[in-house]
Write a protein that binds this ligand. Structure first.
Ligand code: CUK
Ligand code: CUA
Length: 629
């Protein structure tokens, strides 16, 4: 087992000192040295880990977690793909990548953004070509995963998307008004009756050219989305910007951290204050306010004023409680029993443990903080094992720390006593996630540390390194945390959700009733022509399309509706029309549609891009575009 103190001593001198203002003025000397390091690390992400300092091999147990060829994993893990704009699906504990789900960007192998339906969805969601996916959260019923949907944010363009877990496909995107950059994503539990997007960047509202150089009047909002219609239900205007969020377990509270209570626009000013807010939203009172008409309609949605001086925050039933927590908190997560919301200090070595019930009892919300353990440097995110332990990533120390939640409530503020052990990770972890940690009953066996840097851990591939997702076994409190696997990952996983595989029920083939496009059955192929519009309805099956040739006239608007009439699973076809920049995919029993203007005369081979049989190469047809006039 790793010895916490040894690890701390070893790391205390391996970063460059920094002569900026100390970020942790209350710390003893040893931590102060590391605080200087923190400033450097946060500024440049460099110098905070030494390549020679690789941690002890005692913590490594590579024999655990084997999944032999042909056997299935016990869990699915859904990882936000960051600015690749997608979600990745891993099997756990093998860490094999099972699937990628494009969300905010086009992806040709899936025909995502190429067929009419998904192209229109992306256009109506703002027409951006990329997004920044951080937080995949899964729908729950009664505080347990129900296997229906995943929800993700777009930090870049202020959007939220829904992924249908029957088909593992993005099925709705909303472009949220009055905000720029939606960071935290999560839901009101126990039954996911609202999904939240947490606004980060503050901008003028409306952002139409007013108040450009008046940052004091910029605002940010929390957005609540109806999980069924995927429309914005309401927003709450707050002071300061926000960051991450998590829902309480009992259908009432929602928590969001925020740095920059200074409401500044430069990094040095954003870190001026010693504390920032954890905001506790009383969503039931907010819904009352909306019901009573206590809102202003801006950008087509009801916006409730939740700023500190709002009339709705006077008296003893405020809609938003502003809890002062340690400097620039980052992650916040609610414990499985729903008792505490734990916010991580980021620029302060403590986590703040907020007793949720006490929020109703105290006059000063800060008195609801019942524990403040000192866990290490750069605490970012916290996960749970369901046995009373919290696991927090230490970005600056490159470690995961395991600590005891109730011991932290008992201990004095700033005490290190609640810390049970630390394990070195490689390197600089952002999020971590434990199996079913976001439910009321975490499984307590596996944890993934999503490390931002891999440095020397893999074969070099040029200046852009992979990230490193490390699998850690946490199921044995005696033996301690054990590092099981390193997994290189393309930029850039943030948060993840891990769910027992048997809680999902993915479809093996499509149900034609789930598609907007009408299924073309065998023998129903036909072509209709009317006023320069050509509609080709055809089948695809090993090894041919419904028509070997389709002739149209230059300038025609052409729609192909193509059904895959296979009933065998895993037998996909596609219709690629390369020179018209088209590739649509058809899984078994799926119908896809694409519309384009045939504006160039000539012969265009259309082919199937999925290797579907020995005669796959022969699965092609000609599009003949006759010159007009
Ligand atoms: S954030 Cu990326 S490491 Cu978007 Cu939850 Cu903390
Ligand atoms: Cu169908 Cu290749």
């Amino acid at each position: 087992m790793s010895d916490a103190n040894t690890a701390n001593e070893r790391r205390s001198n391996d970063g460059p000192a920094d002569d900026r203002e100390p970020l942790f003025p209350r710390l003893p000397r040893r931590d102060f040295v590391k605080a200087g390091m923190a400033a450097g690390a946060i500024g440049s992400l460099a110098g905070c880990t030494s390549v020679l300092d690789r941690g002890s091999d005692d913590d490594v147990n590579s024999s655990r977690g084997d999944v032999p060829p042909g056997e299935h994993d016990e869990y699915y893990a859904f990882l936000g793909g960051g600015h690749s704009g997608e979600v990745r699906v891993y099997g756990l504990p093998s860490m094999r990548q099972l699937m990628r789900i494009p969300v905010f960007g086009r992806e040709s192998a899936r025909g995502y953004g190429y067929d009419d339906e998904t192209r229109t969805m992306l256009e109506e969601a703002g027409g951006y070509s990329w997004g920044d996916v951080h937080h995949p959260r899964l729908s729950q019923t009664d505080n347990d995963y129900d296997g229906r949907f995943a929800y993700v944010n777009d930090k870049a363009n202020g959007r939220m998307a829904r992924i249908d877990l029957t088909y593992f496909e993005t099925d709705a995107i909303v472009d949220i008004p009055n905000t720029q950059g939606v960071h935290g994503a999560c839901a009101r539990l126990p039954d996911t009756d609202l999904v939240f997007g947490v606004g980060e960047f503050r901008v003028p509202m409306p952002n139409d050219g007013r108040d450009l150089d008046d940052p004091g009047s910029y605002t940010s909002v929390l957005t609540a989305i109806d999980p069924d219609s995927w429309d914005v239900a309401w927003q709450v205007l707050v002071d300061g910007n926000m960051d991450n969020g998590d829902g309480g377990k009992n259908g009432r509270w929602f928590f969001a951290t925020g740095y920059n209570s200074e409401e500044a626009v430069s990094p040095s000013e954003m870190t001026g204050s010693d504390t920032d807010y954890l905001k506790a939203f009383d969503t039931l009172l907010i819904e009352d306010a909306v019901e009573n008409g206590d809102y202003e309609e801006i950008g087509g949605v009801p916006v409730v004023d939740g700023r500190r001086d709002s009339p709705l925050n006077r008296g003893d039933e405020p809609i938003v409680h502003y809890v002062d927590v340690s400097k620039s908190p980052h992650g916040v997560s609610v414990t499985p029993d729903g008792k505490y919301a734990i916010a991580s200090g980021k620029l302060d070595p403590t986590c703040s443990v907020v007793d949720i019930e006490r929020l109703d009892e105290v006059d000063d919300p800060t008195e609801a903080i019942v524990g403040r353990p000192s866990v290490g440097n750069g605490p970012l995110h916290t996960a749970y094992d369901g046995r009373g332990h919290a696991y927090t990533t230490l970005f600056i120390d490159s470690q995961v720390v395991k600590w005891d939640i109730e011991a932290a409530v008992e201990a004095e503020e700033g005490s290190e006593d609640p810390v049970i052990e630390k394990i070195d990770v490689h390197y600089n972890p952002g999020h971590l996630i434990a199996s079913e940690s976001y439910t009321a009953e975490p499984q307590g066996d596996w944890l993934i540390s999503l490390n931002k840097l891999s440095k020397d851990r893999f074969l070099p591939v040029g200046p852009m390194h992979p990230e490193n997702d490390q699998l850690i076994y946490i199921g044995d409190d005696e033996e301690g945390m054990q590092l099981v696997k390193d997994t290189p990952a393309y930029a850039e996983p943030h948060d993840a959700s891990i769910v027992k595989a048997d809680k999902l029920d993915p479809a093996a083939v499509y149900d034609p009733a789930d598609s907007d496009a009408e299924f073309v059955a065998a023998g129903e192929d036909d072509i209709t022509r009317e006023d320069g519009r050509v509609h080709v309805r055809m089948t695809s099956v090993r090894n041919e399309f419904g028509y070997p040739d389709v002739t149209v006239t230059e300038g025609d608007e052409v729609t192909f509706t193509v059904s895959n009439i296979e009933e065998t699973s895993d037998m996909l076809h596609s219709l690629a029309i390369p020179e018209y920049d088209i590739n649509i995919k058809m899984a078994p029993q799926e119908t896809s549609e694409v519309t384009f203007t045939a504006d160039r005369p000539g012969v265009y081979w259309m082919y199937c891009a999925y290797f579907c049989s020995a005669l796959h190469l022969e699965m092609r047809a000609r599009l003949l575009v006759e010159p007009s006039g």
